[in-house]
Write a protein that binds this ligand. Structure first.
Ligand code: ATP
Ligand code: MG
Length: 569
């Protein structure tokens, strides 16, 4: 490719909505252009990288025996109604009507469509196991599209679905995909980790996320410093503590004035007690009405865990109006005493006595509250977020927090969709069973954005060779000089002849501009053709990652580049 002909331009300007480095660099390197919030044009440089990632994914998926299909992007509501997700998926699902006023949506994920396809094609155990996948555009009307293509509304996903006769066979498919994901992300040059994860709106029983470790990641990962336990905070378990307060004295409950003291920290300070002696009460809304969750003052509620405990489809913190109705008091003074709704309590409440709670009256809190005596708990469960310093649930180690970008997610779905859509098969004896499913997603653009997030310096992107748009950039320092120009063009032609992925920066720009651009767009190796070296019959090769340079005889250059190319993973 001749750079002078390439459809792109680099720029120094950074749009105001670009918060993270990968977004800024992708804009500056002329890889993407915003069309609307969360919707991007892919320019040629980005498209080259996208194609490379897709090729890796296809090779690895095909290698495991998975078969590629292509499903529609516009999906009829009827299937989504069958699974009931039409009701529960929420506003991320972009819905619309056709000219006949029939409901449709843009596909955010394809469990329904693929299950429908399979239920119509598969009827015998002989056709299973089966893994189907596609690489296709998805649309999710994200509440906060940001970070460029990292959290877009329209994005490309590789989504795969496995179909098996039973749980044991489904586990094999799951592990097969788990291993395949390791190979894919390794080939993309990413530093990543597989962590246990919540199953969210996709549903199912078991799940892992593949996380690229990066400070700018939106996900919080909890990991043990001793064993290999690692989980998304939404899922990270809490080790149960021993309780030995059975014989401690229960003091008399008393209502105290706490004017304007709403937050646990404020109340603790005002009443001169430790925050660990406060029990905070949160009112939440479910599809079946409000419930309360109580937990220690310094702990944070884990909505994903609570949702699983309740077994509801919808769970959100209640609005002020509901809180007033349920507690008779404004927000900030809710407490479990005399509350008429179900109370879910975090396990750690079990170890607490004589604690402080909201008074359910404006500007008041109770002190010396004790459960059983003063209020009843509907259910104790692990409903708080793990944090740094907590003991590991698997060993004697301590948990620490780090941040990650989720590039892939695998789920054991069980029979959630086959049951809803009645996808069955007949066994050897002609008996009918539900197909056991799994689903497996990878964000294609997100892989590239994460690679940039992981590999860059103050000059720009440092692409891993496997996902770089090109491997080599030939940089003639001065195109006006005939010898320089001719030599650069000759190397370029030879490279092309050998099918090397190469760009020639044939622009008449100043050398400084060319050097800067080559660094910014992150091409792994630069071949500089300048007068000085040419006089000694040499050109310079510079590795973008290490900055190492070598002077190579003109007669050896092609061999050297071919050897470099063969050293790429
Ligand atoms: P997240 O928690 O980041 O929203 P998710 O759990 O909703 O992700 P999945 O439904 O598992 O994501 O989708 C599979 C993969 O698609 C994700 O692992 C991620 O790489 C990618 N992905 C999901 N949402 C987006 C998005 N808004 N923009 C770009 N890629 C995305
Ligand atoms: Mg999401």
């Amino acid at each position: 490719m001749l750079l002078s002909r390439m459809f792109f331009h680099t720029s120094k300007e950074i749009p105001s909505d670009a918060e993270i480095l990968s977004h800024k660099l992708m804009i500056r390197a002329g890889m993407i252009q915003k069309l609307a919030s969360g919707i991007y044009n892919h320019l040629p440089l980005f498209q080259k990288s996208i194609k490379k990632v897709i090729k890796i994914v296809q090779e690895e998926m095909d290698g495991t025996g998975a078969q590629e299909v292509s499903l529609p992007f516009v999906l009829p509501a009827s299937l989504w109604k069958e699974s009931k997700r039409w009701l529960y998926y929420g506003k991320e699902l972009l819905r619309f009507q056709d000219r006949h006023e029939r409901d449709f949506c843009l596909g955010p994920t394809h469990e329904e469509v693929i299950t429908d396809l399979v239920r119509r094609e598969v009827n015998s155990y002989r056709q299973l196991p089966l893994i189907l996948y596609q690489i296709q555009t998805k649309f999710r009307d994200e509440i906060r599209p940001r970070y460029g293509v990292m959290r877009a509304r329209e994005f490309i996903m590789k989504d795969a679905y496995s179909f098996d006769i039973d749980e044991a066979s489904a586990s094999e498919s799951y592990h097969n995909m788990y291993d395949t994901y390791f190979r894919i992300f390794n080939r993309c040059g990413l530093e990543f980790r597989a962590v246990e994860a919540d199953t969210g709106s996709i549903g199912g029983s078991f799940s892992h996320e593949f996380m690229v470790i990066a400070d700018t990641g939106e996900d919080l990962i909890i990991s043990c410093d001793k064993c290999n336990y690692s989980a998304n905070v939404e899922k990270a378990e809490i080790k149960l503590k021993e309780i030995n307060n059975l014989f401690s004295e229960r003091k008399e409950k008393k209502l105290m004035p706490t004017p304007d003291q709403k937050k646990a920290e404020e109340v603790a300070k005002f009443l001169n007690v430790c925050i660990k002696d406060i029990v905070k009460t949160l009112i939440l809304e479910t599809e079946n009405g409000p419930i309360a969750a109580i937990l220690r003052g310094d702990h944070e509620l884990n909505i994903a865990k609570l949702k699983n405990v309740i077994g509801c489809n919808f769970l959100e913190l209640a609005e002020e109006e509901t809180i007033k109705k349920v507690t008779d008091a404004p927000q900030g003074f809710a407490g479990p005493v005399n509350l008429k709704i179900k109370i879910y309590a975090d396990h750690e409440i079990k170890g607490m006595i004589n604690f402080v709670t909201g008074g359910n009256i404006k500007d008041t809190h109770f002190i010396n509250v004790n459960f059983e005596r003063d209020f009843k708990i509907f259910k104790f469960a692990d409903i708080r977020c793990a944090k740094t310093g907590d003991p590991c649930p698997r060993c004697s180690g301590i948990l620490t927090e780090s941040r990650g970008i989720e590039v892939g997610h695998i789920f054991k779905l069980g029979t959630k969709y086959s049951e809803a859509l009645k996808a069955n098969y007949l066994d050897k004896k002609g008996k009918e069973h539900l197909i056991v499913m799994g689903c497996y997603g990878i964000g294609i653009e997100r892989i590239i954005a994460s690679a940039i997030e992981q590999y860059h310096d103050e000059h720009g992107i440092i692409f891993p060779a496997s996902v770089a748009p090109f491997h080599f950039i030939i940089l003639p320092v001065n195109m006006e000089n005939n010898e320089v120009k001719k030599t650069a063009e000759k190397i370029y032609d030879e490279c092309k002849h050998k099918n090397l992925e190469v760009i020639l920066d044939d622009r008449k720009s100043q050398a400084g501009v060319k050097f800067k651009d080559a660094d910014l767009i992150g091409i792994p190796f630069r071949i500089t053709v300048g007068i000085k070296s040419l006089r000694q019959g040499k050109v310079e090769i510079k590795e973008r990652k290490t900055g190492k340079t070598e002077q190579v005889e003109l007669s050896d250059i092609l061999d050297r580049l071919l050897r470099i190319k063969n050293s790429f993973k």
